[in-house]
Design a protein around this ligand. Structure first.
Ligand code: BGC
Length: 750
């Protein structure tokens, strides 16, 4: 039975009236690390949350950071958001969402703290792997089905971190300054789509400040934009430890304060807010707004229903009761693992394949040498709050051994040496909020390499080179791991860690046919050897079946169809964050310090010129461009048409024929960009405004269609604070990547 919005709001009001000030405060701050407070007297439960984004994180004790440690919380480990975006396949994003939502519910959660969709502005950012792309359109298109998938299961997504979270360095204390156009065109569209199109039921504020206010208590972001402009009436959660002021938090659009310390009653929205209301410094009505949003959230994910009873004195009493037929969820089903595999397959990007080096056919392969720590490394249980206790994880080594079968001898050697962690660090989450040095990469990178380790590095490399001479077929699996792609710390530069350049070069010198696989959540510099390697594959943390997918691409069982969701620069100094920005930020002046609770400011001087918008505009070469990725087949594009569209906002319909001219079936992510014919100084050369993935059998041809609206040709104007449609001659480009343009047509806009 559908209940009208009016009736729902009436019930919420009735239940709100029952609550004391103390009970309201309980509901708006944590009572455990991952739970809000409850009001048992009225049947109001705790909201149970869990990280995200690559699966449902393991459980912790309510007030200490030791994992509960039973076997019950192992789950499906999904490809990370960068990997999902690499598929350019909206259906796969939806499937990942469905798995995540269903498993979250199966584990008893009400909210999964995912997806992360911050703009990948800075390739050094330690959390890039949790995010999707440098392009706001690609993010918006992928995040909508992802969130819809999650929320099919009586559980909520929690899109994060709102907004402008682009570095881990001083993540709690870095203030971001940027102009309105940049905010509207680059940093907000993903969140706006999550709110307006996907109807996300929850959103998480950021640690960093924006224009002097902490994201998780920002009046500008949470009240003015989110609540007033976007009319969002869902739940806003703070990042863990991101609230710093009772009044600001109480008066902003935030609803629920979470943190990493066990003194829950002392949280800003705990005892301090009660006292402030009693003293008249804060209005109780500000707390009521939060409680309304929380109750509405509980109704939306079907945690509760609200029952009303008419009293003799004419008063209506209200209490919450559990929903009997709430979706119970489910986890670790074999279908889930299959979905993870499907996504992983399309997330592998082939960067180079000279002389048709790949695939390496199993039937012709007697012996295969696999080199590299990443080949035998499980990646699921690292990276910070995104860590997953995976039910299983197929490593590349297992994937290859399985794919090639018993008739091929697969030999492994680590090749490069990764120092072991001396102790398990269970308190990092608390430390990441208290310790200032956490974010400084030099702490990690300036570590002294002991003589013993130097010896190991040499031994590992020598062994790899010796074997590489003997084996005809060699696959090197390297890249980053979660010692580098990690929350709380940025990288120092784009260089490969663990002396991998030396290893790869040494192997290629004795065996030029060796295939190189790079595992990474953000760009790495491959220029030391990329000219020499005949074949290079690229893959972000690709979930429990990542090793299977990789092996299937190497063997040719799967034809690669992933494309880069971000440009791969070779040098941090040639990125927008370095050229224009002042990363990691400058120290605040004394005057600024009085105005805000920060230590540094990072001005996004690159404006809208982030990612390919920057590289194209300023002619900066990259290793591989945005949207790039090869296939074992070829696609011919022909017959592009542009027609005036009918309909309110529609301007044009565009179509193009794509034909698979090779001998194997494949999938092609066809991309549409628009730009001015004579590009004005203020605008990017072109911007992504459409894509579609076409599945084509050998010889098959399909027509791919796009629809363009006025908004697709609009920019935000800082003077008038409005979107303005461009005028004059425009170009519509269709390509296989942002640089590989296969067809274009001009249109004139009045
Ligand atoms: C992260 C969030 C995460 C939260 C809870 C914070 O450190 O920034 O993304 O959801 O912890 O673990």
């Amino acid at each position: 039975m559908r209940v009208s919005k009016k009736d729902t709001e009436k019930k919420i009001e009735a239940l709100l009236r029952e609550l004391t000030l103390e009970e309201k405060s309980r509901m708006i701050h944590a009572s455990e690390f991952f739970r809000s407070g409850d009001v048992p007297r009225l049947g109001i439960p705790k909201i149970t949350t869990s990280d995200g984004p690559m699966g449902v994180r393991n459980d912790f004790h309510p007030a200490d950071w030791h994992p509960v440690g039973t076997s019950a919380d192992a789950v499906s480990y999904l490809p990370c958001n960068t990997a999902i975006a690499s598929t350019w396949n909206r259906e796969l994003a939806r499937m990942s969402g469905e798995v995540l939502g269903r498993e979250a519910r199966g584990r008893g959660k009400d909210m999964i703290l995912a997806p992360g969709i911050n703009i990948k502005r800075n390739p050094l950012c330690g959390r890039n792997f949790e995010y999707m792309s440098e392009d706001p359109y690609l993010i918006a298109e992928m995040v909508v089905p992802l969130i819809e998938g999650i929320q099919e299961n009586d559980v909520s997504a929690c899109v994060k971190h709102f907004a402008c979270n682009a570095q881990e360095w001083e993540r709690l204390w870095v203030n971001v300054e940027l102009d309105e156009r940049t905010l509207r065109e680059i940093y907000l569209p993903g969140f706006e789509a999550a709110v307006k199109r996907a109807k996300t039921k929850a959103l998480m504020g950021s640690y960093n400040l924006v224009r002097g206010e902490h994201g998780s208590q920002s009046k500008f972001l949470l009240t003015d934009i989110l609540r007033k402009e976007w009319k969002y009436d869902g739940l806003v959660v703070s990042d863990w430890g991101a609230v710093h002021d009772t009044k600001a938090a109480a008066e902003s659009g935030l609803d629920l304060e979470m943190s990493v310390f066990p003194n829950f009653d002392d949280y800003y929205l705990g005892k301090p807010v009660i006292e402030a209301v009693k003293k008249g410094e804060i209005k109780e009505e500000d707390l009521d707004k939060k409680v309304r949003n929380i109750l509405r959230f509980m109704l939306r994910v079907r945690m509760i229903e609200i029952e009303l009873t008419e009293k003799k004195n004419g008063r209506t009493a209200a209490k919450a009761v559990p929903v009997e037929d709430r979706d119970p969820g489910y986890y670790n089903g074999s279908a889930m693992h299959y979905f993870a595999k499907q996504t992983a397959r399309e997330a592998v990007v082939m960067l180079k394949n000279e002389k048709k080096r790949l695939p390496i056919k199993p039937s012709m392969t007697k012996r295969l040498l696999v080199i590299g720590n990443n080949a035998d490394r499980k990646q699921s249980n690292g990276g910070g709050s995104g860590e997953i206790k995976a039910l299983y994880e197929v490593t590349p080594l297992m994937g290859l051994t399985r794919e090639y079968g018993g008739n091929t001898e697969v030999r492994y050697t680590p090749g490069y040496y990764v120092p072991k962690k001396t102790k398990e660090d269970t308190s990092w989450q608390e430390d990441s909020v208290s310790a200032e040095i956490m974010s400084d990469p030099s702490v990690r990178d300036k570590r002294k390499v002991a003589a013993e380790e130097k010896k190991r590095i040499k031994e590992y490399r020598e062994e790899a080179v010796r074997l590489a001479k003997e084996y005809e077929e060699v696959v090197i699996v390297g890249g980053l791991d979660h010692n580098y792609d990690t929350e709380g710390m940025d990288r120092k530069d784009l260089k490969l860690p663990y002396a991998q350049d030396e290893l790869i070069n040494a192997v290629l010198a004795v065996n030029p046919r060796a295939v190189v696989v790079m595992f990474a959540g953000s760009p790495v510099d491959m220029t030391a050897w990329s000219d020499k390697a005949q074949a290079i594959l690229w893959m972000a943390y690709n979930g429990m079946e990542g090793g299977t997918a990789l092996a299937e691409v190497i063997s040719g069982t799967v034809n690669p169809s992933g494309k880069l969701p971000e440009s791969l620069p070779s040098d941090f100094k040639k990125t927008s964050a370095a050229v224009f920005g002042d990363y990691p930020g400058r120290k605040l002046t004394a005057a600024e310090k009085k105005k805000m609770n920060a230590t540094m400011t990072q001005t996004f001087k690159d404006g809208v010129f982030v990612g390919y918008r920057f590289y194209e505009k300023f002619d900066v070469p990259v290793q591989y461009e945005f949207g790039y990725g090869l296939s074992y087949t070829e696609y011919k594009y022909s017959g592009m048409t542009v027609e005036k569209a009918k309909g309110k906002d529609a301007l044009f319909t565009v179509s193009i024929k794509v034909k698979n001219t090779g001998h194997v079936a494949g999938k092609e992510a066809v991309q549409l960009y628009v730009g001015e014919k004579a590009v004005s100084e203020a605008n990017p050369v072109k911007e992504l405004k459409g894509f579609d993935k076409a599945e084509l059998a050998p010889g098959e041809e399909k027509t791919v269609k796009f629809m363009l609206t006025a908004k697709d040709f609009s920019h935000f104007d800082n003077e008038t604070n409005t979107w303005q449609q461009m005028k004059g001659k425009m170009v519509i480009y269709i390509g296989a990547s942002s640089r590989d343009i296969r067809a274009k047509k001009e249109v004139t806009l009045k």
